[in-house]
Ligand binder design. Structure first.
Ligand SMILES: [Zn+2]
Length: 174
C-alpha cells in the first residue's frame, strides 16, 4: 500500500505544526521549525529549537485569529479520531502496556461523568494535564475499566458509583 503524504506546507497551514509545538514540544522547551523558501514558496522542516534550559519552556507571544482557528480545527480532528480510537482500541495515545479495547453495548456498566474532551469544561481536576479518570466501562467479560483520554486501567469497583466488577482484577504476586 502506498503511503499517503501531505506537504510540509499543508502540515503547517492546517495547524499540525502549530499544535505539535503548542501541545507537545513547547512544554518541553522545544520547537520544530519550518523553513519557507522565499523564491518558490516551498516549505521544509528545519531543525528543532532547543530551549530545554529555559525552566518554563517556549510559549507563543499571543495568538492571531488564524492561529486560534488552526487550534480549533486540530481539536475537532482530535475529538473525532479520539472517539473512534478509544472505542476501537481502548486508548487515544498508545500506552506502552497492552490495554483491552472498550466494548460498548447493552447491559454493560458504564459511567461517563467526565467524558469530555473540552478542557474548559473538564469535570475533574486536571492541573493542565488530562484528568486521571473520566469514565468507567464494563467489557464483555465483566471486567471494569477506568479510563482517561490516554489509557485505561482495570478496577474492581467503578470509581464513580461503586458498582462492583463481575470479574475481579487478577492478582499477580510480584
Ligand atoms: Zn459506575
Amino acid at each position: 500500500m502506498d503511503i499517503e503524504r501531505m506537504t510540509v506546507k499543508e502540515f503547517r497551514e492546517f495547524g499540525f505544526l502549530q499544535e505539535l509545538n503548542r501541545q507537545f514540544l513547547h512544554p518541553l522547551g522545544l520547537a520544530l521549525e519550518v523553513i519557507i523558501d522565499e523564491e518558490d514558496g516551498s516549505e521544509r522542516f528545519g531543525e528543532v529549537w532547543d530551549y530545554r534550559c529555559d525552566p518554563e519552556g517556549i510559549r507563543f507571544a499571543e495568538f492571531s485569529v488564524d492561529e486560534m482557528e488552526r487550534g480549533l480545527r486540530i481539536k475537532e480532528l482530535q475529538e473525532e479520531k479520539g472517539k473512534t480510537r478509544r472505542s476501537h482500541l481502548g486508548y487515544i495515545i498508545q500506552p506502552f502496556v497492552e490495554v483491552q479495547p472498550l466494548v460498548e453495548g447493552e447491559g454493560k456498566h458504564r459511567c461517563e461523568p467526565g467524558y469530555d474532551f473540552d478542557e474548559e469544561r473538564q469535570v475533574f481536576p486536571s492541573a493542565g494535564f488530562g484528568a486521571a479518570i473520566i469514565a468507567c466501562y464494563e467489557d464483555e467479560e465483566g471486567k471494569l475499566w477506568a479510563v482517561n483520554s490516554e489509557y485505561c486501567i482495570q478496577v474492581n469497583f467503578c470509581p464513580f458509583c461503586g458498582y462492583a466488577a463481575r470479574e475481579q482484577v487478577e492478582w499477580k504476586p510480584s
